[in-house]
Design a protein around this ligand. Structure first.
Ligand code: MN
Length: 197
């Protein structure tokens, strides 16, 4: 994908009451916009200028270019995996099969993902990704981390930087994490499993 703001398939109030319009206006409108703007400035005149964000995330050394590219990719995947509360259906097809095989059930996957998100120390992300040998994996990634860095395919992510939840949930990260499931659009997550790169 290019370094640009993703178009959201819902209105600013569309994720309430899980995430407020105020959170969305800051998190999408200010935080993500800043990462997009910073990345554009940082890559000018470097070998990364004009490259896809995924390629920068895979190949850039630790530092400003990687951090901003990671945050552009992470937030794009985060915001685009959401839909109106309760409208996200359930995993189907291959995704459903892999969840049963690798976790036992969707509820057990949710427990592991919640645990990863709640216990991550400091700022970062909890991820569900597909390993190179085709297994689903949950991981904690600090700061701008993305499983693509280890050649895993990112499928689903929970942002646990405080800016993601402090307006709506204050210090109650666990409440935020558990509510996020109401927003997940499993069609989108399943589509990421099938996307060819
Ligand atoms: Mn964020």
């Amino acid at each position: 994908m290019k370094n640009e703001m993703p178009l959201l398939p819902y209105a600013e109030q569309g994720l309430e009451p899980v995430l407020s319009a105020e959170t969305l206006s800051y998190h999408y409108g200010k935080h993500l916009q800043t990462y997009v703007t910073n990345l554009e400035k940082l890559v000018k005149g470097t070998e990364y200028e004009g490259k896809e964000v995924e390629e920068i995330v895979r190949t850039a050394p630790d530092g400003g270019i990687f951090n901003n590219a990671g945050q552009v990719l992470n937030h794009t995947l985060y915001f685009l995996q959401f839909t109106t509360p309760g409208q996200g259906k359930r995993p189907e097809g291959r995704l459903d099969e892999l969840i049963r095989r690798d976790f036992g059930s969707l509820d057990l996957l949710k427990q592991q993902m919640d645990d990863a998100a709640i216990t991550l120390f400091g700022s970062g992300w909890a991820w569900l990704s597909l390993t190179e040998d085709g297994r689903l994996q949950i991981s904690q990634e600090g700061n701008a981390g993305n499983p693509l860095r280890r050649n895993n395919r990112p499928l689903l992510c929970f942002d646990v930087w405080e800016h993601a939840y402090y307006v709506d949930y204050r210090n109650r990260r666990a409440d935020y994490v558990k509510k996020l499931w109401d927003l997940i659009d499993w069609q989108v997550v399943g589509g990421r499993l099938e996307d060819k790169e």
